[in-house]
Design a protein around this ligand. Structure first.
Ligand SMILES: [Zn+2]
Length: 260
């Protein structure tokens, strides 16, 4: 498509505004100012600051059998709603790593994630495979764009980030650190993203054979990435996984209770 001069100027102005926001935000954090509109108490901010000094990817040792269910790539209309209904019925809190582009499409679903007590994290705007090769400024803009989508829908500021495909470059790690994000990967992947390979039975078997204390289980509620499978196998598997793991003594928590 041919770009008009007007479109170019509007685009350039938008990039300049975002760049200004990144600069202001960075100064704000480096200046040690606690943001007043982020809903966090001073204690929480202090804890977060202390946490940032540790290894964000390390896993805590716990005497409890903790497990975290995580859902990526959403929100996505009906599939997110069905997953939220199951979690509510089972009284489970989970973590949702959302895409900015899908938050913009489904703001009600991400609002409900927060209202239901789930943790919401940043998973990038467009789920690109090129994040690891981006410059720090381009990657920072993607983070900010996603954060702004979440903030405008929910008022909440995400402090957790999960890289698409688990791919992290040194540049990404530095930007995430500088922007105050913590990184949450996973250690159990039932491959529910692969719809043809992973029936609901296969997802259940995969989770139940790999689960261990402090497991972080990767699942998906969202779509519209280049892997655009239905989510009904995950939705069928979820209540059975919850019941079976509870019967084995596991307690469901959000990732911030496992990653220390
Ligand atoms: Zn993803």
């Amino acid at each position: 498509m041919k770009k008009s001069r007007t479109k170019f100027l509007v685009g350039a102005a938008a990039v300049a505004c975002i760049a200004l926001l990144v600069g202001v935000r960075t100064l704000y954090r480096y200046g040690g100012v606690v943001r007043q509109n982020d809903g966090r108490s001073a204690g929480e901010s202090a804890r977060r600051s202390a946490e940032q000094k540790g290894n964000a990817s390390a896993t805590a040792t716990s005497t409890k059998k903790l497990v975290a269910l995580t859902f990526d790539d959403g929100p996505y209309g009906t599939s997110t709603k069905q997953i939220l209904d199951i979690l509510k019925a089972k009284n489970v809190h989970a973590t949702f790593f959302v895409l900015g582009m899908n938050v913009a499409k489904y703001p009600d679903e991400v609002r409900r994630e927060i209202a239901d007590g789930h943790l919401v994290g940043n998973h990038g705007y467009n789920h690109l495979q090129t994040y690891p090769t981006m410059s720090s400024s381009t990657f920072a803009l993607d983070l900010l764009r996603t954060e702004e989508a979440i903030v405008s829908s929910t008022g909440a500021h995400p402090t957790w980030y999960r890289p698409p495909y688990g791919a992290l470059s040194a540049t990404m790690r530095q930007v995430l650190h500088d922007q105050g994000f913590r990184i949450a990967l996973w250690n159990v992947d039932p491959e529910d993203w692969n719809y043809e390979k992973s029936s609901s039975t296969a997802i259940i078997r995969n989770v139940e054979s790999h689960v261990r204390p402090d497991a972080i289980i990767l699942m998906h509620d969202g779509r519209d990435t280049h892997i655009n499978y239905p989510r009904d196998n995950t939705i069928r598997a979820l209540p059975i996984i919850i019941d079976d793991l509870r019967a084995r003594g596991y307690e469901f928590v959000t990732v911030d209770e496992i990653v220390k």
